[in-house]
Design a binder for this molecule. Structure first.
Ligand SMILES: C=C(OP(=O)(O)O)C(=O)O
Ligand SMILES: [Mg+2]
Length: 554
């Protein structure tokens, strides 16, 4: 057996023959010139762009959900008027349509690459759009997938573009493996949405021979080749036991001795409600509203916002729904909310509440839409603000929420200063919600988008646990809404640290519910203390597990 390793970004195991997707759209020759009719040449480019946009739109419609959003963003890229303007200019200077398209896209490519983080991960999407337009112009075939594979296959590629994957289903795909990509690349996002195992950043993947049998473990990041039938059977059986969805624990979250810990879902919008309900979410602990605002020239209207918020509130009658107001800036820049000046370090710039201090009207409209949406519903709406660092910011947000008639206003604890001085913030808020993703990023000065720094982002770091303990100390209701709660052992530790609710990716809810139901609150507390006494994340986990006997050790 041979083993390749990468980053597991969508859990589960898939076994099948490898199919290598090769995108072969050669670069048009530099400086190639047309025969002198720029109008006809420009029209040719425009027609190719229109055909590509129409195909992507069709696929978006067929795909629906998260994939539709991704493809929609690609349609915006290909239809970008500035890009069209550059192509026209280059063609007017005598360059062929193919080369003009290549050069015009190159400038955008450089801008995205320089921006880094989330935007740099969009480069693959941009390249795919460019290649599709060039393929249209040169009559080359678009990159294709096997028509009839017979059995589900493992799709292997350098990187995957949304247009390649959006219309695939788990019936035909056993797993995805890519040589490039990070945990927030589209391969990762779409694979998770489809429930297909995926490994990205897998060195050597594109050296695989078509038709080889491969076993992909999206939980561990391992890609095993040349397995004997027996080895494959054993590995699949072990993974099945490991990944079996627990069915025992349904209903409200509570520890074995009856301590209540509501288990809530992190969602990006109404389209995530079905999976949240399917996995028994008691409510929403984090509604990331920025997805409603992304890829637009203008903010959504009051009515559009109200409709989206109402749909979420109506899904959880009587349950808590914690809505985070827009967290723009950093890796989620919005055209209509530019920061005051250039930001060489956007994660440390005008983000979240800081941008609202510059654009209070946008916040006022959002809060008004939320207040209107809540009318007539029985869900318990709570609003919260991202990136709070000081009591002054918390007071300002609470006043804005009160003015909109919203009864419960909380703050996210995701900056170390806020955790350190939680006691000073407690009088200014109705609740806290710890965002462990950013709290790690800012505690370890480690950009959460960079794959070489992933070791800093395990929630088992004792420094992070200390900050969470400081946050719960003042006794204000404190939820956890970062990814940390999705680890069942960590969910017990967080409960032991005093968290009053846990919110996570909905598919993780059954495991967390089971883990809590098998341990008492004193066991969770002992696990939390043991973890905090440890010097490293590894020893913190090991020592916590000695108090959590029902958690299977890997
Ligand atoms: C929940 C969080 O917010 P986001 O991941 O959206 O920044 C967090 O930072 O942990
Ligand atoms: Mg955050």
């Amino acid at each position: 057996m041979e083993l390749l390793t990468g980053a597991g970004v969508s859990p589960g195991t898939g076994y099948g023959t490898a199919f290598l997707l090769r995108v072969t759209v050669p670069e048009p020759a530099a400086g190639s010139r047309h025969d002198g009719d720029p109008v006809a040449e420009t029209a040719r480019a425009e027609a190719a762009v229109a055909r590509v946009a129409a195909t992507l739109e069709e696929r978006a419609e067929a795909a629906g959900g998260e994939a539709a959003d991704v493809l929609g963003a690609q349609v915006l890229m290909v239809r970008d008027p500035e890009l069209a303007g550059e192509v026209t200019e280059l063609v007017a200077a005598g360059i062929t349509a193919e080369r003009a398209v290549f050069d015009a896209f190159l400038r955008y490519r450089d801008l995205l690459t320089e921006a880094g983080g989330y935007l740099a991960e969009r480069v693959a999407d941009l390249d795919d759009v460019r290649d599709r337009v060039i393929a249209e112009l040169t009559g080359l075939a678009m990159p294709g997938l096997p028509e009839e594979a017979g059995a589900p296959y493992v799709l292997v590629a350098h990187d995957l573009a949304p247009a390649d994957t959006a219309t695939l289903s788990r019936e035909v795909i056993a797993a995805f493996v890519t040589e490039r990509g990070g945990p927030t690349s589209h391969t990762a996002i779409l694979a998770r949405a489809m429930g297909v195992p995926a490994v990205v950043a897998c060195a050597g993947a594109t050296g695989l021979v078509n038709g080889t049998m491969v076993l992909v473990d999206g939980t561990t990041g391992e890609v095993a080749l040349a397995l004997t039938e027996e080895e494959a059977r054993e590995r699949l059986a072990a993974a099945e036991v490991r990944d079996a969805r627990p069915t025992a624990a349904t209903g409200p979250g509570r520890t074995a001795d009856g301590h209540r810990v509501p288990l809530l879902a992190n969602i990006g919008g109404p389209r995530d409600l079905a999976v949240a309900l399917e996995h028994g979410a008691e409510g929403v602990g984090l509604y990331r509203t920025e997805f409603l605002f992304l890829d637009r020239e203008e903010p959504p209207s009051l009515d559009e916002q109200e409709a989206a918020y109402r749909e979420v509130l109506e899904a959880f009658p009587g349950g808590p729904v914690v809505v985070r107001v827009l967290d723009a800036g950093a890796d989620k820049p919005l055209a209509f909310l530019p920061p005051t000046g250039a930001e060489p370090n956007p994660a440390l710039g005008e983000r979240g509440i800081r941008l609202f201090r510059t654009y209070p009207d946008i916040l006022a409209t959002q809060l008004k839409a939320l207040a209107r949406a809540a009318r007539g519903t029985t869900a318990c709406l709570q609003v919260m603000a991202p990136m709070i660092a000081t009591p002054d910011e918390a007071e300002w947000f609470a006043a804005m929420a009160r003015e909109a008639g919203l009864p419960s206003a909380g703050i996210m604890i995701e900056i170390p200063a806020a955790a350190l001085r939680a006691a000073d913030l407690a009088p200014c808020a109705d609740f806290f919600s710890v965002g462990t993703n950013d709290l790690s990023q800012y505690t370890f000065a480690a950009d959460r988008q960079l794959s070489p720094l992933t070791a800093y982002h395990t929630p088992w770091h004792p420094a992070l646990l200390d900050l969470i303990a400081l946050t719960t100390a003042p006794g204000l209701p404190t939820g956890i809404c970062g990814e940390a709660a999705a680890d069942p052992a960590m969910a017990c530790v967080l409960t032991g640290l005093g968290a009053t609710s846990l919110s996570m990716t909905p598919t993780a809810l059954p495991w967390t519910r089971t883990a809590l139901s098998l341990h008492t609150l004193p066991q969770c507390q002992a696990a939390a203390q043991a973890a905090r006494r440890s010097p490293t994340p590894e020893s913190a986990r090991q020592s916590a597990l000695t108090h959590l006997p029902a958690i299977p050790t890997p």
